[in-house]
Design a protein around this ligand. Structure first.
Ligand SMILES: Nc1ncnc2c1ncn2[C@@H]1O[C@H](COP(=O)(O)OP(=O)(O)OP(=O)(O)O)[C@@H](O)[C@H]1O
Length: 504
């Protein structure tokens, strides 16, 4: 072997193919990546991006094709093989041991190699160095299951670096990050690449990919459409290549809220944990956005509104009647639905089918809305799946076999089937491709037009300002301002930061 083990290899992928149950999801993919290159990978939900990365990371095996490093063909049959070649995959699913500390997770795989006390001292020092290098703020002693998703991802990156990764494959790493954290991560990617690490980056944020990548590859329906230099490519070009035609990805404007629209949802003095006294009102036909930094109490506020957590103080009212018991069952009976942040932990049963998951929330006694009226359940599930454009091999396919973005759409469909009066949505378009994102925005504006009251939390300030009639900004669990449509993102971001300095 002539490969210098410390240097990132050039990667050559030839004729990679993969099928599931006879359905081809990657076809004859040829790709060359230079050492130290940042290579962007884009495409619609289900295009095959994660599949390609999982093949390089040894999580799955290709049916056809070869992979070579520095001209030598290699076999990557398992994650262990990939790590031995210096390839580290950070997947959408995450791969940490929940009950262990950050330190233990970072060095777990290397435990057998050294005596325990030497290990402890060496590992602590090494982790401190890596934390400094990356600029992450992670407590080495904290259990990883107590950390927000964005920080868990940082732990995975630290683990990859501790293993000496020469190729870092990142599957939608910024989907779970706030604007500020995104900038940090993109800065780190640039620094790592400048030091010779090869980075493969999947993202639905096309501006972001173009800003950090040297070259970008577009996949569509399992085919490689084009690899081009980032500096010669625009987001519009990428969308056209991803979708196969020119499309408009402008956000729709919501209709004005009728002057006489009644208040459907109101909350006064909500408190629990991070939430330190939130008041809000949403009228029929209104979309209220909630913005704030990670830890500002955005998600926690939605959970209190839904009764997923019980408020220690305060009241929530729907149509003027208090939700006394503060449980999800009670909220649902009053017509409140919630699309949660984490599709895995809170929303979907991964081993059950798309149809079962979508139908799961339609318990006896649900309200009969436009999607269900005069239809059998199966037809209704089929129709709603079409409306949000869930791309699955068939409705009987298990949710875990869907691409990440399509899982998100299934989660959305599940709650729409109930035709709620109040829709609470946390990060509605996380992991969703640009075209599908516009569809979801249209859908939310249509639901508001039909009189639904919508509360939407999103880390994407621009999305929030485009979608909402008003944006409420939370800081340290309290509302610190309310902004109408047309406000600049910078204004909202500085309100979210408060007296802290706003990063440019
Ligand atoms: N284990 C599996 N069994 C069956 N089909 C699968 C399995 N894993 C993935 N697929 C299918 O392969 C196709 C490609 O999925 P992949 O996850 O690679 O898409 P993606 O481009 O990463 O999408 P996203 O942007 O939504 O993450 C999808 O149609 C998906 O349903």
């Amino acid at each position: 072997m002539t490969t210098d083990v410390n240097r990132a290899p050039s990667i050559s992928v030839r004729g990679i193919g993969k099928s599931y149950s006879g359905v081809s999801v990657l076809r004859g993919v040829d790709l060359d990546i230079a050492p130290g290159e940042v290579h962007g990978l884009v495409g619609e939900n289900g295009a095959g991006k994660s599949t390609l990365l999982k093949i390089l990371g040894g999580a799955i095996r290709a049916d056809d094709g070869t992979i070579s490093f520095d001209g030598e063909q290699v076999t990557i049959a398992s994650p262990r093989d990939a790590i031995a070649h210096g390839v580290s995959l950070i997947s959408q699913e995450g791969a940490l041991v929940p009950a262990l500390s950050v330190l233990d997770n970072v060095f777990l795989a290397q435990w057998s190699q050294r005596g325990s006390w030497i290990r402890a001292r060496h590992d602590k020092r090494r982790l401190a160095e890596l934390i400094e290098l990356t600029g992450f703020t992670v407590d080495p002693a904290e259990r990883v299951d107590r950390l927000p998703i964005g920080v868990q991802q940082q732990v995975e990156i630290l683990r990859s670096l501790a293993r000496g990764a020469r190729v870092l494959a990142l599957d939608e790493p910024t989907a779970v990050l706030s604007e500020h954290e995104k900038e940090n991560l993109l800065g780190l990617i640039r620094r790592l690449a400048a030091n010779g690490t090869t980075i493969i980056l999947i993202s639905h944020f096309l501006d972001e990919v173009l800003s950090v990548a040297d070259r970008v590859t577009v996949l569509r329906d399992g085919n490689l459409i084009r690899t081009g230099k980032a500096e010669e490519t625009s987001p519009r070009d990428l969308v056209a290549q991803m979708v196969g035609r020119e499309i408009d990805v402008l956000y729709p404007d919501p209709d004005p809220v009728p002057a006489d629209a009644a208040v459907v949802l109101s909350a006064r003095g909500l408190r629990r944990g991070l939430v330190q006294g939130v008041d809000l009102e949403v009228r029929a036909g209104e979309i209220l956005g909630i913005a704030g930094l990670v830890g500002s109490g955005r998600t926690e506020t939605l959970r209190l509104l839904f009764g997923a957590d019980k408020a220690t103080e305060g009241v929530v009212e729907v149509d003027g009647a208090a939700l006394k018991r503060g449980t999800p069952r009670h909220a649902m009976a009053a017509g409140v639905a919630m699309v949660p942040e984490s599709r895995k932990e809170q929303g979907l049963v991964m081993v059950r089918s798309v149809a079962e998951n979508v139908a799961l929330s339609s318990l006896p006694g649900r309200r009969v809305g436009p999607f269900v009226r005069k239809k059998t359940e199966r037809d209704a599930v089929g129709e709603i799946s079409k409306t949000v454009d869930i791309r699955a091999a068939n409705p009987a396919a298990a949710i875990e076999t869907l691409s990440g973005g399509n899982q998100q759409k299934a989660l959305f469909a599940k709650w729409l089937l109930r035709s709620p009066r109040v829709l609470l949505i946390d990060e509605p378009t996380r992991g969703v491709d640009v075209a599908a994102k516009t569809q979801i925005h249209h859908l939310i504006t249509e639901l508001a037009r039909d009189g639904m009251a919508v509360v939407c939390v999103s880390s994407e300030i621009e999305e929030l300002l485009a979608l909402s009639h008003r944006v409420l900004v939370l800081r340290h669990g309290r509302p610190v301002g309310e902004y109408p449509r047309g406000t600049t993102p910078e204004t909202v971001i500085s309100a979210a930061f408060g007296d802290q300095e706003v990063s440019p």
